[in-house]
Write a protein that binds this ligand. Structure first.
Ligand SMILES: CC(C)(COP(=O)(O)OP(=O)(O)OC[C@H]1O[C@@H](n2cnc3c(N)ncnc32)[C@H](O)[C@@H]1OP(=O)(O)O)[C@@H](O)C(=O)NCCC(=O)NCCS
Length: 208
């Protein structure tokens, strides 16, 4: 392993120490170290994206699901069925979500071929990331699925050593605290442009 990847791994482990519930995720870290080693030895680098994330023991983190980063396996329509009714992305057009997913680092959980959970990071893969669109289908909630997804996504080798990660949530603060997220230390420094009606404005019926 290169010096850079050793440094990244050390950073990851120090994050694990601070966030016990990057939890069960020492297992994830081991899987990631394997993936990282494989990736570095893969000159073409193409193999990584199609690697299915190692399964985690159900006793530790819930049901046995396939967790994948593979863009070819992400079910955009399934994500759209959930997200278009969510409180944060209501009415999002399918083509807008498709573009968002294409330009994000995405992770999804599958049970017998059906996508049951999803999350994505909008990121430059060097300094910053915004965590978005985290969901788990109702029948799969309360079993650690979102924790598996977040441990995989936040442990991804391409998003280590970032200076800042942001997210917005109405009520799931407890989930994200487990991964080291805290309320804004200096909210007065943050600004936003927010247009909650933008998806409705973009809908075909609104244009007609
Ligand atoms: C939030 C959500 C993704 C959690 O998924 P999940 O797979 O049920 O969560 P997990 O089983 O991995 O456990 C979540 C942990 O976070 C905690 N948590 C904190 N806020 C929560 C919330 N609003 N909803 C669910 N869990 C929450 C749980 O109590 C649990 O802790 P525990 O293990 O000590 O019991 C899921 O309930 C969901 O899809 N909700 C609708 C969409 C949504 O609100 N997404 C988040 C947008 S910011």
């Amino acid at each position: 392993m290169s010096a850079a990847s050793v440094r990244r791994a050390a950073g990851h482990l120090s994050l694990l120490a601070r966030c016990p519930d990057l939890a069960g995720a020492e297992l994830v870290a081991e899987g990631l170290a394997d993936l990282q080693a494989r990736r570095e030895s893969d000159a073409a680098h193409e193999g990584f994206r199609s690697t299915t994330f190692p399964r985690l023991p159900s006793a530790t983190l819930g049901p046995m699901l396939d967790i994948t980063f593979d863009p070819a396996r992400i079910d955009v329509e399934a994500a759209h069925r959930f997200l278009r009714t969510s409180y944060w992305a209501q009415d999002i057009p399918l083509d807008v979500l498709r573009r968002a997913i294409a330009h994000s680092l995405c992770v999804a959980a599958f049970d017998h071929g059906a996508q049951v959970g999803f999350a994505r990071l909008v990121t430059d893969r060097a300094t910053f990331a915004y965590l978005a669109d985290v969901y788990v289908l109702p029948d799969y909630r309360g079993q650690g699925v979102s924790r598996q997804l977040l441990a995989a996504l936040l442990g991804h080798p391409e998003v280590q050593g970032l200076r800042r990660l942001l997210l917005v949530t109405r009520d799931a603060h407890g989930l994200y605290e487990r991964f080291g997220f805290t309320p804004l230390a200096a909210p007065a420094r943050f600004m936003e442009r927010h247009d909650p009606a933008v998806y409705r404005a973009a809908a075909p019926s609104a244009v007609a």
